[in-house]
Design a protein around this ligand. Structure first.
Ligand SMILES: C[S@@+](CC[C@H](N)C(=O)[O-])C[C@H]1O[C@@H](n2cnc3c(N)ncnc32)[C@H](O)[C@@H]1O
Length: 241
């Protein structure tokens, strides 16, 4: 198993060293339980995952960070020669990622850690993969903020998840199903715009999968105050609709 994320720079102290919240404990427990069957259950999501990674146009030497990496399913689609770091709250998932990396013959720095509190310096990565994780983590805005912080100036994030379409409120069906889906897997009432509100990440590309339930989004680091401001304004206008 990889090391637990350690302290660095301007991070808060790691929540993994603090008593865990019930929702983090439940996340770690359920995803550890799902680890042996995760690949099988997530098979229908493979096409979107592959497309998400293609859209990043990764090149040899790029530094890629996978947040909430699960069993490392993304590794199957990464091009040769990129350097990979992976973080997950569940030690069982990290063990699976390490085993997959070994099978594929790739080097991966896999660590148990919290995607909301990363042990990496600013501008460290060329790409961050946020696949099926923002809908799972409570306080996912902080995951987006951390992704924003660790991305290098030309960096981009790939976001693959099931969000409420921009400009719409969660439907009655989503709201009715959410207590069950949130308990078992993930929240189906989140909106990407609101999650990016405090970042300088700007959506540059979007594609739908599985009947529009899932979207693949590339967000680029605009690295400007205006983008942060524009994201906040768009999130406020979404909330007021
Ligand atoms: C639905 S799975 C997605 C796995 C993988 N990214 C994929 O595309 O299949 C969500 C993952 O997020 C992890 N997770 C939950 N909370 C986390 C946190 N605070 N920090 C890091 N990983 C977390 C879970 O352990 C689980 O492996």
């Amino acid at each position: 198993m990889g090391p637990t994320c350690g302290a660095l720079g301007r991070r808060r102290s790691s929540p993994l060293n603090d008593p865990m919240t019930v929702s983090d404990w439940w996340n770690r427990t359920r995803y550890s339980l799902y680890a042996p069957v995760y690949d099988w259950v997530a098979k229908p999501l493979a096409r979107g995952r592959q497309r998400a990674i293609e859209r990043l146009d990764l090149e040899r030497g790029d530094r890629v960070l996978i947040l909430g990496c699960g069993p490392g399913s993304d590794l199957d689609y990464l091009p040769e020669g990129v350097s990979v770091t992976a973080v997950d709250l569940s030690p069982a998932m990290i063990r699976r990622t390490e085993a997959r990396a070994e099978t594929l013959g790739v080097d991966v720095d896999a660590r148990v850690g919290d995607a909301r509190d990363l042990p990496f310096g600013d501008d460290t990565f060329d790409a961050v993969l946020l696949h099926l994780v923002l809908s799972v983590v409570p306080g996912a805005e902080q995951v987006a903020t951390e992704a924003d912080r660790v991305l290098a100036p030309d960096g981009r994030a790939s976001i693959y998840d099931k969000f409420v379409p921009e400009g719409e409120s969660p439907s009655l069906l989503r709201r009715a199903l959410n207590p069950v889906t949130r308990f078992l897997f993930s929240d189906v009432t989140k909106q990407l715009g609101a999650l990016l509100a405090e970042t300088t990440l700007e959506v540059s590309d979007r594609e739908s999968f599985l009947g529009g339930v899932y979207t693949v989004t590339v967000a680029r680091l605009a690295n400007s105050e205006e983008t942060g401001e524009a994201n906040r304004e768009s999130s406020v206008s979404q909330r007021n609709r």
